[in-house]
Design a binder for this molecule. Structure first.
Ligand SMILES: NC(=O)c1ccc[n+]([C@@H]2O[C@H](COP(=O)([O-])OP(=O)(O)OC[C@H]3O[C@@H](n4cnc5c(N)ncnc54)[C@H](O)[C@@H]3O)[C@@H](O)[C@H]2O)c1
Length: 469
């Protein structure tokens, strides 16, 4: 972490004070007390929880960042544009090649030409105008997510940002405060909440198959070494730079988002505290040291992010979550997707289901394929059943979940309905990442997770993703 960033975070969390006062007899304020007092000062109300806005017959979209993800989300909009539900009215990127590519991509399915905002680092600000677009779709490097989302809301646009939407506690508070003050939607685009397997598990949980839920394990394990080192994959190697400056869980949400749906987080339960530990670092620096590029070899000694970060999170209802992050080590992709209840358990990668059939059932074994298939048929999530044909007819990203996510976002805006995920969801899941860094920096100290909802999380509710629109 850069010194400037560390001071900013430690100042906000009171880490410096806590460490320096260990020898003093009085109890120093805990990091959470410091952060909670900032939240109290911010005057958060919980008022943006089920936020609705005026229906938008055709959602005008300004798209920021036209790299890997931006291009992929353009594809997700193809059908929605052709059906008249949306139009891409503006595109912005600092790289003229990517602008040209996106223009051609959009031209293949949309007759109106989007306005272009490029040529400087802050050209994007010109596109954030209510006469240009209704929705800012943010697919830029992480450091631009919060500034862009804030700018969008302050200028009368709804904000939809790629993950994570923030990585400092201060930014999560700012996002919530701004959404509450402006009445604009602010959603973090957590696509894994819409994956078929995750929705199936959610349906089984809702229908009681798992009994009482007690524990979950989730992760983002993805060997990104070569992509981070590649000179062109991530623009200006932005992702690698984070690993040279920060240590903790830098990418919490693909694993944590679905688990928060399973556990009714912010809809009857909430995340209360965490402790986080990073392993030492070896895999990324070894990959850098083996590079032909002298500049990259020099970076080998600069990596600060440990290879494997493990965060343990507790909830108000006494559940536990083990969350891992590792994009350095060589191993197959995995989000774990493990959930344990009093009557059933699921382990992902590959998907395995155990259902307790009582003492005479004949041992502890995962269900056979045919047995599991019965559960898959019986508990397929209605959202998936409804959109399956559309997904199959149009090749869509990440097995269809990206399309389902985009479909829901645009259709909710068309209908003037509240969104499936609100600003508090995105802020909380991002805050876990920020607090994991603070915990690692303080020797794995416990961090209390503050309430950004002003107590609204206590109201039990079925997850909005279960609504049929
Ligand atoms: N949800 C998912 O499954 C998923 C998958 C991939 C990436 N992502 C997320 O998407 C985001 C982008 O990742 P990526 O892989 O597309 O990276 P990328 O480097 O390919 O794309 C980022 C783009 O932002 C542009 N950009 C940088 N500064 C800009 C500025 N000032 N104004 C306008 N444009 C600017 C870059 O030129 C680049 O084209 C990241 O937040 C990443 O975490 C999410």
């Amino acid at each position: 972490m850069r010194r400037k960033d560390f001071l900013r975070m430690s100042g906000l969390l009171g880490i410096g004070g806590a460490l320096s006062s260990f020898s003093k007899p009085q109890t120093p304020p805990t990091p959470s007390e410091e952060l909670n007092s900032k939240i109290r000062t911010a005057g958060l109300t919980g008022g943006a929880f089920d936020l609705k806005s005026a229906p938008l017959e055709k959602v005008r979209i300004a798209l920021f960042g036209l790299g890997n993800r931006g291009q992929s989300l353009i594809e997700m909009l193809n059908w929605l544009v052709q059906e008249g539900h949306a139009e891409i009215t503006a595109i912005s990127d600092i790289n003229p090649d990517k602008v040209r590519k996106a223009q051609a991509q959009i031209g293949a399915f949309q007759s109106a030409t989007p306005a272009i905002f490029t040529g400087s680092d802050d050209a994007w600000q010109e596109a954030m105008r209510a006469d240009v677009a209704d929705l800012a779709l943010i697919c830029t490097p992480w450091e631009l997510h919060t500034p862009m989302a804030l700018h969008a809301m302050n200028n009368g646009l709804h904000a939809a940002s790629e993950v994570p939407i923030a990585y400092t506690p201060e930014d999560t508070v700012q996002l919530v405060r701004t959404a509450e003050a402006t009445g604009q939607h602010c959603i973090m685009l957590e696509n894994c909440c819409y994956n078929r397997e995750e929705l199936w598990i959610l349906k089984m949980i809702e229908d009681g198959v798992f009994g009482t839920l007690t524990h979950a394990e989730c992760a983002y394990l993805h060997d990104l070494r070569q992509l981070m080192i590649d000179p062109t994959y991530y623009e200006d190697r932005w992702r690698l730079k984070h690993h040279l400056q920060r240590n903790g869980n830098l990418y919490t949400t693909h694993g944590l988002g679905p688990v928060c749906m399973y556990f009714d987080i912010l809809r009857g339960d909430t995340l209360t505290h965490l402790t986080s530990m990073s392993s030492g670092e070896a895999a990324l620096s070894e990959a850098l040291a083996n590079s032909d590029d002298r500049k990259l070899r020099k970076m080998a000694s600069e990596v600060v992010c440990g290879d494997v970060n493990t965060t343990l999170i507790g909830t108000a209802k006494g559940r536990s979550i083990m969350l891992q992050f590792d994009v350095h080590s060589g191993r197959p992709y995995n989000r774990l997707n493990k959930v344990v209840g009093s009557k059933a358990s699921h382990y992902g990668y590959p998907s395995r289901l155990y259902v307790d059939h009582g003492p005479d059932w004949g041992g502890h074994r995962w269900l056979e394929d045919a047995e599991k298939a019965e559960y898959q048929d019986r508990y397929e999530h209605p959202l998936w059943t409804r959109l399956q044909k559309l997904v199959e007819d149009h090749p869509q990203g990440h097995g269809g979940m990206d399309f389902v996510m985009m479909y829901r976002l645009i259709r909710c805006l068309n209908l003037g309905e509240s969104l499936d995920l609100n600003v508090y969801d995105g802020a909380l899941w991002s805050l876990v990442g920020a607090l994991s860094e603070a915990s690692v920096a303080a020797g794995s100290a416990r961090m209390d997770i503050p309430d950004l909802t002003n107590g609204r999380w206590k109201q039990a509710a079925s997850h909005p993703v279960n609504r049929m629109l």
